[in-house]
Every structure is written in structure tokens, then in C-alpha cells.
Design a protein around this ligand. Structure first.
Ligand SMILES: Cc1cc2nc3c(=O)[nH]c(=O)nc-3n(C[C@H](O)[C@H](O)[C@H](O)COP(=O)(O)O)c2cc1C
Length: 327
């Protein structure tokens, strides 16, 4: 069924981040950049197949292009979840082969799948057969003592043979015993060279690099060796970096300002409040909008302390904005 042609632009993306890149966060990111590819948090196949679908995977039409990241390892369940994702209008489905959490290991998915390439191949084939939208994988460069370049290459070759065109590689290994997910994002050292070598050896694949990218200059450097860069924490900490990345990587010069973004996000919040969403869920993505600007700390502090007292009164944003001095 799948034509195999991936027309999605992977040059710049925001990483899937559990509890962070929900639909409100993605809405904000899209207000800042029209070029970036946005990923959902990881959603497990049981949540999609047995849970409240709208709650878990519903999104705003303005978010496109948007990718649903799945956690799972049952080829049948993954295929069914892909069909639902396609019906919901997602532009791509990504399989998580990089999460090291205990919960995920018990479910036999995430990073531990790097030790089971045949199972991953079955999953990919089943996903590709079920839908027309592109299927991609996000993995690590290795796991535990399975860390050689040869093993990584063999793993990616399996994905290639299964028909996959795009692989996002977090350039550190995952250590499944003894490190928390958070430590697994800092303790194992970054090894960008392995990712560059994969692109060199398999140039027909679309290779996206992830891990520790924090500046426009770093992104530009990586793009000399690979097809795309995926940034996670740096965008959460400073969402306006998306604007700077867009200007440099896509030569997009929007006239949009942080205040425009704030105004639009406020309107969005009003719609969400009218639909019964609590302000509490809408605040986190916008807290870092003024990162690096005088008054940022006071803006954040005011919102965090005052918004809960004010419940649904959005003028709290305007009051907090008074603390920020933009040139
Ligand atoms: C709070 C948080 C949640 C994350 N959740 C996911 C997830 O659901 N799926 C996934 O593939 N990676 C997840 N990650 C890992 C990121 O996608 C990314 O691979 C990692 O943070 C390294 O990129 P960075 O250095 O640009 O942040 C998460 C990271 C953070 C900080």
C-alpha cells in the first residue's frame, strides 16, 4: 500500500518529548516556525487501541506537518495504530526504538528493540503495509554492550531492507540497567561520528541526527554530514530558537515577533479554555518564550504563581509581559 515516497521535509524537527510536546506545545512551536517538523510525545499502542483516542492523539489542524510517535512492538497493534493515525490526519508515524525507561522495557519496546532487529523489521513491514503515510524510526547508536559501529550499521541496514527511508538517530547509546531516562540523555557520551558514517555508508537513506544540539551554528555544521537535525531540550528551554533556525536553515524571514506569538497563543488559550481545558495545561510551553531577555525570570515567576490563583483569566499574560524589556 505504501508508495515508499517520503515527501516530508526532515531538515529541522522538534524531538518527541513525553509530557512536553503535547498539542499545546506543538501549536506554540508552529506559531514560531512554519518550516519545522513537529513530533508528538510517545503514545503506546494500547493507549491508542483501547484508550480515549481523541485525548491521546487529537491535535489542531494548524500543527501540520505533524508526526505521531508510537511505542510498541506488536506488528499487528502497530499496524492498527498506524491506520488510526492516518485517519486522524497525521503526516507520518514514527516508531520509538530509543526510550530506555523500565516501563518501556517491561513492554519490550523502546531502546531494547535495538537488540531485536528481526522484530523491528516485522513491525516496520506491517506498518508500511497498513498505510500510505511515511513510517520512520527513532533509535540510539547502541544499547548496553551492543555498541559497535558494525552493529549499528547492521541494524540500520535491516531497517533499510524493510523499506524504511528515514531514520532519526540519537547519537548516544542507551544504558538499560542502572540509569534513569534523564541520565540516559546526559551520561552516555555523544558520538556524532557514528551517525555521519551511517549517512556516508548508506547515502540513499534520509538520516536525521539528534542529541545535544543547542545552537544554529551546531545545526548548520551537522547538516554538512546528514540530512536533518532534531532538537529537543534546546527548543523547550528556548522556543524562539526555532525562529533563528528557520531564518538560517530555510532562509525564512518572517516579520513575526515574540509579542505576535504571545497574542496568537493567548487567543488559542481562550478557545481551549472555552472547550474546558485547564489553564494549567496551557502554561508550560509559553514559559520560556522570553528566554535570554531581560525580565524573563519575573515573567515566568509571575505566571507560575499568579495563573493558578486567577483560574481562567488570561489577562495574567499581559500583566506578566510588563516585566519583560524587549529592545
Ligand atoms: C522530557 C523529555 C521527554 C522525552 N520523551 C521522549 C519520547 O516520548 N520519545 C522519544 O523518542 N524521545 C523522548 N525524549 C528524548 C528526546 O526525543 C531526544 O532524543 C533527547 O532529549 C536528546 O535530544 P536533545 O539533546 O536535543 O534534547 C525525551 C526527552 C525529554 C527531555
Amino acid at each position: 500500500m505504501n508508495s515508499g515516497v517520503n515527501l516530508i521535509n526532515h531538515k529541522l524537527s522538534v524531538a518527541p518529548m513525553l509530557d512536553w510536546t503535547d498539542k499545546h506545545c506543538r501549536y506554540l512551536h508552529r506559531l514560531i516556525s512554519k518550516d519545522v517538523l513537529l513530533y508528538s510525545e510517545m503514545i503506546t499502542t494500547p493507549a491508542i487501541l483501547q484508550g480515549d483516542k481523541q485525548k491521546y492523539i487529537g491535535f489542531n489542524s494548524q500543527e501540520h506537518p505533524v508526526v505521531l510517535q508510537l511505542g510498541g512492538s506488536d506488528p499487528g497493534d502497530l499496524a492498527k495504530s498506524c491506520i488510526i493515525a492516518q485517519e486522524f490526519g497525521y503526516d507520518e508515524v514514527n516508531l520509538n526504538v530509543g526510550c530506555p525507561s523500565d516501563r518501556v522495557q517491561k513492554g519490550r519496546f523502546g531502546a531494547c528493540l535495538m537488540n531485536e532487529p528481526e522484530l523491528v523489521v516485522n513491525c516496520i513491514k506491517s506498518m508500511l503495509q497498513s498505510v500510505d503515510i511515511p513510517i520512520t524510526v527513532k533509535c540510539r547508536i547502541g544499547v548496553d554492550d551492543n555498541t559497535s559501529y558494525e552493529n549499528l550499521l547492521a541494524f540500520i541496514q535491516h531497517l533499510d531492507q524493510a523499506g524504511l527511508q528515514t531514520v532519526i538517530i540519537h547519537a548516544r547509546i542507551a544504558i538499560l540497567k542502572g540509569l534513569s531516562p534523564k541520565q540516559n540523555r546526559t551520561v552516555p557520551p555523544l558520538n556524532y561520528d557514528f551517525v555521519y558514517r551511517i549517512k556516508k555508508t548508506l547515502p540513499h537513506l534520509n538520516i536525521v541526527i539528534n542529541g545535544g544540539i543547542e545552537t544554529v551554528e551546531q545545526a548548520q555544521k551537522h547538516l554538512k554530514y546528514v540530512d536533518g537535525v532534531m532538537l529537543g531540550r534546546a527548543i523547550w528551554n528556548n522556543p524562539w530558537l526555532l525562529n533563528d533556525l528557520g531564518e538560517t536553515l530555510f532562509d525564512t524571514h518572517t516579520q513575526t515577533t515574540r509579542d505576535d506569538v504571545l497574542k496568537h497563543y493567548q487567543n488559542y488559550c481562550q478557545q481551549q479554555l472555552d472547550d474546558g481545558v485547564k489553564l494549567h495545561w496551557l502554561l508550560p510551553p509559553i514559559l520560556n518564550l522570553f528566554h535570554g531577555i531581560s525580565g524573563n525570570k519575573k515573567w515566568k515567576n509571575y505566571l507560575v504563581t499568579q495563573a493558578p490563583l486567577r483560574k481562567n483569566d488570561l489577562s495574567v499574560f499581559d500583566e506578566a509581559r510588563e516585566f519583560v524589556t524587549l529592545n
